[in-house]
Design a protein around this ligand. Structure first.
Ligand SMILES: [Zn+2]
Length: 216
């Protein structure tokens, strides 16, 4: 941990002020409180460091990409489990695809959504690999290889893991798999040439028209 990701007394005060603001304004939208922004920044920096710039669900590495690619992830969605909106066990970072497009506010990844209010840290209640309680690679192996113009991304369930299988299905990880390594060993489709885009006559015609523009 470095100073950049340690919550100070000022941050804790900001959290409490934000909660008080919400109480006074009769709203639950604590996450939108302006005063919470520096705290959110620290949370994000902490989990990005912890995970090594990876999405906690699909393992996509965002190293070198714009830092907005990863969002703070509430494993128990804050829309349904507000008391845990700032609890470290319930926080991680995920890519927008997994966080917003796939998981959203769903609770179907829990065996018993009602029980999660009472025992939120019971890892057996989670059908997905929990980013903080479970060790991802015990359940799913993530392979990502790029060499020149061949690429392979593959997820393999480990030891018949139910959490591995569920995570693969729930986050539709199959959609992210690529295998141009093995595909290249089969019959190769004739590669398209740049000039296949337009007929020679058409290219000539366009070039002529363009050159007239220049001379005007
Ligand atoms: Zn992801």
């Amino acid at each position: 941990m470095n100073d950049e990701t340690v919550l100070t007394q000022a941050d804790i005060d900001a959290i409490k002020n934000s909660i008080e603001n919400c109480r006074q304004n009769d709203t639950t939208k604590i996450w939108d409180e302006e005063e919470l922004a520096p705290v959110k920044q620290k949370i994000k920096a902490h989990y990005r460091g912890l995970l090594g710039e990876k999405c906690c669900y699909c393992c996509k590495n965002t190293h070198g990409e714009f830092k907005l690619v990863l969002d703070i992830e509430h494993i128990l969605p804050k829309a349904h489990y507000l008391p845990f909106a700032l609890s470290p066990f319930n926080l991680s970072v995920a890519c927008k695809r997994c966080n917003m497009n796939v998981k959203g506010e769903k609770t179907s990844f829990l065996k018993d959504p009602a029980a999660a209010h009472i025992t939120p840290e019971d890892t057996d209640n989670y059908k997905i690999i929990h980013p903080n309680f479970d060790s991802y690679f015990d359940h799913l192996c993530y392979e990502n290889t790029t060499r020149n113009d061949t690429k392979m991304i593959k997820y393999t369930v480990q030891n018949d893991s139910e959490k591995g299988k569920f995570t693969y299905q729930f986050f539709r990880l199959k959609e992210l798999e690529v295998d141009t390594v093995n595909a290249a060993q089969g019959i190769k489709a004739k590669p398209m040439k740049f000039s296949d885009l337009l007929k020679k006559e058409t290219i000539d015609e366009i070039e002529q028209l363009l050159s007239k523009l220049k001379n005007n």
